[in-house]
Design a protein around this ligand. Sequence first.
Ligand code: ARG
Length: 470
Amino acid sequence: MSEKLWGGRFVEDTHRLASAYSASVHVDKRLAPQDIRGSLAHVAMLKQQGILSLREAKKIESALNQIAKEVSAGTFEWRTDLEDVHMNIEAMLIKRLGSSGGRLHTARSRNDQVATDMRLWTREAADRICQRIDDLLHVLCKQAEQHIDTLMPAYTHLQRAQPTRLAHHLLAWTEMFERDRSRFLDAARRLNECPLGAGALTTTTFPIDRHHTADALGFTQPMRNSLDAVSDRDYLIEILACLANTALHMSRIAEELVLWSSQEFGFVDVGDAFSTGSSMMPQKKNPDMAELIRGKTGRVIGSLVSLIVTLKGLPLTYNRDLQEDKEPVFDAFDTVSASLEVLTAMLETAEFKPKSMREALADGYTNATEVADYLVNKGIPFRQAHALAANLVEAAARAKRPLEKLSLQAMRTVYRGIDEDIFVALAPEVAIERRNVFGGPAKSQVRAALRDLKKRLKARTPKVSKRRRT
Ligand code: ARG
């Protein structure tokens, strides 16, 4: 006979297979600090409401604090036969305090308890991810500052399209993570309501004060409906979607790093520390870390899908299926956190190659749009100018030269009105500077965007760089 906390109406023991199958302590013991915090808030409220005597509350509080210490020291003994984190802690409390320990669960159910623990955990984890995103933004900001004058082709369809600055490209990456960060904050705001006091599903007959516990645990308010409180997992879907989005962004950047570190591009060297060799081909230096960041994104998306599918079709309120929420959430957080850390470290030391970028710019006809715009300035309608510019590219490609290496005479066979000043327009520096539009690559625009980013970073995490070093 196992030492069950409650015998209930059962005359038979749980089958060995059933208890092994349903045990979750190997996963949810991670919630122990949150579980204890939730219990402490619950005890304090029971005491305030006169549901628990001062003496008993004190005993429970000090035993819980002791258990918290043992958990963090790794000396707490977890027992699979006690099913989950909640019962492990409560059983230990009862073992130590006897019947007083049994009073903790007054006016509470594991249903509102686990919902509270998980919200507390997720709130903290989201915070940690935001910090990691900030670290990454700092690194990108630093690299962008160093590469304001590094010119490169910008791509559409992975074809060289128009010239830009590397800083402009890196700043595009920062925009992706700025949005991710704000998504986490937004989701965290919504999840920050307290399910505690919902009981198993319809609250309790005891005169509890749900506002008290919500407040003590840093929630904005108790959840409005007790049935919803024990059954809602939307907030985890939202958070997983935030994580999936962040992972996707990292994956897209990783893909660029894989491409850029190939000999075909030669735009970046991520360094030996973030590359691996081949067991067979001695010349290889593979961007494995970037590939893994890309690869692990599949797992994170899988976690999101897994929870969505778990929830589909669940009637109100609590169903044991909900226990399956933890693994995807923990795994997605761990994966995204580790990927952010690796990506940040890799980008911090990545060496971009201005020379190769500049060379790629030279022979990609990325200045063809300049010809079209040039002709528009001569009074030709854009559609016609576009066609004439295409003819010019065609002529240059036939002659195996870049546009600016065609003679004025050759250009004039395409359109008579072309003058010497076309050569000025064709220079990438000029092409970039002429895009002096908000959000564009002109130096003053990129500088302003950088200033803006720095200001935002400074306002939110003044000590980020220090923290990273400790
Ligand atoms: N381990 C459970 C979970 O994570 C705790 C809640 C159990 N509630 C119940 N009615 N069986 O969902």
